[in-house]
Structure formats: structure tokens, C-alpha cells
Design a protein around this ligand. Structure first.
Ligand SMILES: [Zn+2]
Length: 203
């Protein structure tokens, strides 16, 4: 199956599951943030997790679509071998790159190569589905925002090659996935599904 048909099929799945939206109260909050209704937002502004000048499309956004119904996570459509950059300064707390398998089946989930980076405020960002041997940093390394940290792939539970990106914060000892703001070429935004975003300062 070539990429074009895969995308068409994926859109079909997203539309078919579109009514089955999450009941998570955070979903409503994300909507208000995306629409700019919540104004007093002082949260950290992340960099898009790819090189400056590059543009990628968000396939699935926060609490929407097929596998993100209960997830505050973003899927960036990215062909294998794309350089992934750190969205924020931090220390690598997890790096897995020995996975070789991937596909649209939960049995592949444990094969998903990934990097997790801890930030100064104790939040963490995860970068998933990396290529085999695609982690370019090791546990304990300090990384800078914009630094190339990984090579994208399709390991784990992944229909097409993409980067699954998410941020967690710790609240009362519980990890919770949260939506975050990003600097894009069109200003600071909460990203939405099916839109493209260019990594560059506001134009
Ligand atoms: Zn995802």
C-alpha cells in the first residue's frame, strides 16, 4: 500500500471515529486554549520538534482522532529518517532504540523506540516511534532546545511513519499528559490536527 492510500485510509478512520470524542475535562480546556479564549497563559513555549525551516503536518491532535481520544499528544507526519530536535532544554531520562518492529497493531507497542527528556520544572517530553538505533543521545545527557536528538521512524504501534510527541506534568505524584504551546511561523499556538506548522520565528 503506498503512502497516498494510507493517508486516505487514515482520514477515513479519523472521520469515522470523529464522533467518539473524549470526555476528558482537559479536552474542553485544550479547545479554549486553541481558540485563544483562555488569555492568561504563562505556560512554557515549546519549540517544534524538528529543524528550523521545516514544515510538518499534525495528523492527530489533542484528544481527537483514532488513537489520541484519551491523549494530550501530537502526531507529526514525518517520513523515516527525519531529524527530531529537542522541544525544550532538559536531561535525557529514557532512551530506547533497540526496537525494530512497527505497525497498526497493539502487539507492536513495546517495540516503540523513544526518548524521554526531563525539564527544569520536572515536566517531561516524550518522542516516540524512532528508527532502530535512532536515539542520538543517552540517558543522563543534557540537551538544548533545538538540538538534534533522534531520527524518526515507525517502530511500535504506528500506522505510518510519524513522530508521536507528548508532555507530562506531575501533579500529586500522578503523571498527566498536557497540551503545550509552540512557537510557529504564525506565532505562538496550540497545535491542531490536520494543520501544517513551520518551525521558524514569527514572520
Ligand atoms: Zn500518536
Amino acid at each position: 500500500m503506498n503512502m497516498y492510500y494510507k493517508i486516505i485510509l487514515l482520514v477515513g478512520v479519523l472521520v469515522a471515529t470523529g464522533c467518539a470524542v473524549s470526555k476528558n475535562p482537559l479536552r474542553q480546556q485544550v479547545k479554549l486554549l486553541q481558540e485563544g479564549i483562555i488569555k492568561d497563559d504563562t505556560s512554557y513555549v515549546y519549540a517544534l520538534p524538528y529543524e528550523e525551516g521545516k514544515t510538518f503536518r499534525v495528523l492527530q491532535g489533542y484528544f481527537t482522532g483514532f488513537t489520541h481520544r484519551e491523549r494530550a499528544a501530537l502526531d507529526f507526519n514525518m517520513k523515516r529518517g527525519t531529524k527530531i530536535t529537542a522541544a525544550r532544554d532538559g536531561v535525557v531520562v529514557r532512551a530506547k532504540e533497540d526496537g525494530t518492529l512497527g505497525g497498526l497493531n497493539k502487539k507492536y507497542r513495546s517495540h516503540g523506540n523513544n526518548i524521554v527528556i526531563q525539564h527544569a520544572d520536572n515536566s517531561r517530553a516524550g518522542y516516540w516511534h524512532l528508527q532502530h538505533n535512532g536515539a542520538l543521545v543517552n540517558v543522563g545527557d543534557s540537551v538544548k532546545k533545538g538540538q538534534v536528538i533522534a531520527i524518526s521512524g515507525k517502530t511500535g504501534f504506528a500506522f505510518v511513519p510519524h513522530l508521536h510527541f507528548l508532555v507530562w506534568t506531575s501533579k500529586d505524584g500522578q503523571w498527566q499528559q498536557v497540551a503545550t504551546r509552540f512557537q510557529t511561523s504564525k506565532g505562538i499556538k496550540y497545535l491542531r490536527g490536520w494543520k501544517k506548522y513551520r518551525n521558524s520565528p514569527s514572520e
